[in-house]
Design a protein. Structure first.
Length: 426
């Protein structure tokens, strides 16, 4: 495993190794290739399998899409899947009601104190869905395949605290404590994705480089989870070539799946022992594991030139979406909840605007929070996004669950137009 200080480390390495046969792609160094085939497959691939499963139900994108003939046909909707976790022991002891009814075909009906409402998503995972069901049927494999082909892809978990976001993304949160043995069956989407990614990479020819970084956004401050000794907040900057990026973020070059797992474990441990030592720390912060996958290839227009396709794969575990109760609002927690709410609020605003046919042409407020700056590519631009919405079926939390489901329904209306990113490695 190599550690590079930041993106400039990457440039030095490339130049010294292969400079003779590298070329650039156009004057800006980027090239867009609309790949409509992969997008139309994104939802379609596993659709027939979904229908045969008992633990989950799905629908197709087209049956959910609003009629919107003015759009480009190579645009697609963000995929939104829903996971309902089982009632936990607190909830059963309290005799909470199970509020969800599963009607199949990606439909769920939720009862909130006598008034019920139906929602529809690409897939609904019922409480007995396993970790491997999530990986196999959420569409994340297609996301990885697309990242390998040069797209910016993001899997993003959201929902209230305790709804199962971390469980879904990385497995039971306790597993990263020192000395704990983990049952591989409990591995989350991230570990399974890393395995799948390297399996695919090993089957491909050509020079590939995977780099990882891992950060957390807490109180609107960016903390490097791979370089926690440098207790300094990092700046989010913008450049014409890179878009929004985090300055001086630690980047680790990973040659094997074990290298990537080591990155994940280091980041998760640092996340849990965060500076404030609060139990709630992780539920109040957003974490982002970011991978870039560079694939070098011959320029189709000039065999003497080599270009690099740069795919991105980002896994986001968002802070809990619940409103902090007034009784908790001491001065400190108020600052915290405002900051968390700010990021989530701005994310919500961006999602509402992007999901609205008229407003999406206008100003989208990405710049209003660090989270949305860093997600701008995946949400609005040229990326591919999978949103994993997590809820509890408990009647006690039904009002908050309704909010989460409405948020998820708005997200489903977002359309993106993925393009491949090519970088010049001259
Ligand atoms: N689908 C599930 N099956 C079994 N236990 C779960 C499931 N989802 C969450 N849990 C458990 O519930 C608790 C809270 O989940 P967690 O992932 O930490 O929530 P969040 O990250 O949304 O705050 C954890 O102990 C977790 O292992
Ligand atoms: Mg969590």
């Amino acid at each position: 495993m190599r550690r590079d200080s930041n993106a400039s480390g990457l440039k030095i390495r490339m130049e010294s190794k292969d400079s003779k046969r590298k070329g650039s792609v156009g004057s800006k160094g980027t090239k867009s290739i609309a790949d409509t085939d992969s997008m139309s497959n994104f939802d379609g691939v596993a659709r027939t399998q979904y229908m045969t499963q008992k633990r989950l139900s799905s629908t197709t994108l087209s049956s959910q899409a609003p009629t919107d003939t003015s759009e480009d046909t190579d645009q697609d909707h963000i995929n939104v899947v829903l996971r309902v976790r089982p009632l936990n022991s607190n909830e059963t002891t309290r005799k909470d009601q199970f509020t969800c009814t599963f009607a199949g075909a990606g439909k769920i009906e939720v009862d909130n104190n006598g008034s019920s409402r139906q929602f529809g998503y690409n897939v609904v995972f019922e409480p007995d869905a396993t970790q491997s069901d999530l990986f196999d049927h959420s569409g994340v494999k297609k996301l990885i395949d697309m990242a390998l082909n040069g797209y910016a892809c993001t899997a993003l978990a959201f929902g209230q605290t305790g709804s199962g976001k971390t469980h879904t993304m990385t497995g039971p949160p306790q597993q990263f404590q020192e000395g704990k043995q983990v049952d591989p069956e409990m591995y989350g989407i991230i570990q399974r994705s890393l395995k799948y990614l390297f399996r695919q990479l090993n089957q491909q020819h050509g020079n590939k480089i995977v780099r990882a970084s891992y950060l957390e956004i807490y109180n609107e401050q960016v903390i490097d989870l791979l370089n926690p000794n440098m207790r300094r907040y990092l700046q989010v900057r913008w450049s014409k070539n890179k878009g929004f990026y985090v300055e001086n973020l630690f980047v680790v070059e990973c040659e094997t799946e074990d290298d990537l797992n080591a990155v994940l474990e280091e980041g998760m441990r640092n996340r849990q022992t965060g500076s404030h030592g609060l139990n709630e720390f992780s539920s109040r912060s957003h974490s982002m594991l970011m991978l870039t996958i560079d694939s070098e290839m011959q320029d189709p227009d000039d065999e003497n030139l080599y270009i690099t396709k740069r795919g991105k794969l980002t896994f986001v575990d968002l802070a809990g979406s619940e409103k902090v109760k007034d009784s908790n609002s001491t001065a400190d927690t108020l600052v915290e909840s405002n900051s968390i709410n700010k990021s989530l609020l701005v994310l919500g605003n961006c999602i509402s605007s992007l999901g609205d046919q008229k407003r999406r042409q206008g100003h989208i407020p990405y710049r209003d929070s660090k989270l949305t700056k860093l997600l701008a590519d995946s949400l609005g631009g040229n990326g591919v996004t999978l949103m994993i919405c997590c809820i509890t079926p408990s009647s006690h939390h039904a009002p908050e669950t309704m909010n989460t489901l409405r948020y998820a329904s708005r997200a489903k209306k977002i359309r993106t137009k993925p393009v491949v990113k090519m970088v010049s490695t001259k």
